[in-house]
Ligand binder design. Structure first.
Ligand SMILES: C[S@@+](CC[C@H](N)C(=O)[O-])C[C@H]1O[C@@H](n2cnc3c(N)ncnc32)[C@H](O)[C@@H]1O
Length: 360
């Protein structure tokens, strides 16, 4: 039985195996020969032009300072070449790189390949980001798929310093684009730039195609499935990925996101039969927030926003289901000013206060 089609091999194990073969292939030929980051380079004379141009473009799009030492994290670093290139050539020399990848083999490879680098570490990230909160100035990602997942966006949010940036390149299915943008903004980020780089991507892949096809044709000794995978990975012409980009079904984008400050979202909906109703949640965690209702500086009622709100869940994601509140509030005879103070249950810090008038 063919080793690669054996049912017992999980998708993850298969991925690791392919990845391992890919790394071996690189070792045999001594260079990242297949890799083309997918951006047509501005300077073809540069021998690394194709490999690193996309990473270079992320720096430019994100307006990442070269004059300040930065803590950078490359999520889905793969073999680490892109971000290591930036570390050596672009970033301030005191900057520090953390490369993360879900694939064990990728991290093992990075630890070996970049072992001489003093200002870089490579870590496995299979259950969230292995880091303390607010540890990084910038997160980078090239084609990892991370921005497609709410949980990972929340992790990036948690680990970014206040006003930190998340700059990434990702392929988006045109029909899902709006939903993905909403996912990003619902997780506490502002999209400050979104650049469609598909024409450049196609130009780059086409221009570099012959070289990659020639390299792949040397792999006659590998099972067809593996070669197919490598073609897909390398984005050669004729692959599904390439054709979907040509047909405008798939687009490559560079995004620049800014972490919004501890953001609270919510609304006082109505006063109904002796109860004040609404919803509220904090972007950076899933603990329900506390609310104080204040009149003339005195807290007259307290509650926790943890009730079922299907409408909020359908707008902001299912993790936001238990975010409603309903608090008993007898109305005064005359209209008066009330304030709702929102408190973070984790830190007990006040996040925001909103004023409103009711009664009379
Ligand atoms: C297309 S490769 C790109 C590698 C590298 N960024 C580059 O451009 O050379 C995508 C990488 O993302 C990694 N990856 C996929 N999902 C991930 C996740 N949830 N967390 C971390 N890494 C992930 C994969 O293991 C793979 O190494």
């Amino acid at each position: 039985m063919n080793f690669f089609t054996r049912r017992k091999l999980s998708a993850k194990a298969k991925f690791n195996t392919y990845y391992f073969l890919y790394c071996c292939y690189e070792l045999i030929y001594g260079k990242v020969l297949l890799h083309n980051s997918g951006y047509f380079p501005s300077d073809l004379a540069d021998e690394n032009a194709y490999q690193y141009e996309l990473y270079r473009q992320l720096m430019a799009a994100g307006e990442i300072s070269q004059n300040t030492a930065l803590d950078i994290c490359d999520i889905g670093c793969g073999q680490g070449h892109g971000s290591v290139f930036l570390l050596k050539n672009y970033l301030h020399k005191e900057s520090h790189l953390t490369g993360l990848d879900i694939a064990e083999v990728a991290i093992k490879y990075c630890k070996w390949k970049h072992r001489k680098l003093k200002n870089a570490v490579f870590k496995l990230s299979q259950n969230g980001i292995p880091s303390t909160a607010e540890a990084f100035d910038v997160f980078l990602s090239v084609g990892s798929g991370v921005p497609h997942y709410s949980k990972l966006l929340q992790e990036v949010y948690r680990c970014l310093k206040p006003s930190g940036k998340f700059v990434f390149f990702e392929l988006y299915e045109t029909r899902k684009e709006l939903a993905l943008d909403q996912l990003i903004t619902r997780n506490g980020f502002e999209i400050t730039k979104k650049i469609n780089v598909t024409p450049n991507l196609l130009l780059s892949l086409t221009n570099d195609n012959e070289r990659k096809q020639a390299l792949l044709s040397r792999l006659w000794f590998l099972p067809k499935k593996v070669v197919h995978f490598l073609h897909h990975y390398a984005g050669t012409t004729g692959t599904e990925k390439f054709e979907a980009c040509e047909a405008d079904e798939l687009n490559g984008y560079i995004y620049v996101l800014r972490k919004l400050p501890d953001l609270i979202l919510g609304n006082v909906d109505l006063w109904d039969n002796g109860y004040l109703k609404g919803w509220a949640f904090a972007f950076n965690h899933h603990q329900p927030v506390k609310l104080h209702i204040i009149v003339d500086g005195q807290v007259i009622a307290e509650t926790i926003a943890n009730q079922d709100r299907k409408d909020v869940a359908s707008a902001y994601g299912k993790q936001r289901l238990n975010t409603g509140f309903s608090v008993a509030l007898p109305l005064a005879e005359n209209a008066r000013r009330y304030s709702v103070r929102v408190i973070d249950s984790e830190t007990n810090l006040e996040i925001t206060t909103e004023d409103f008038m009711i009664g009379g």
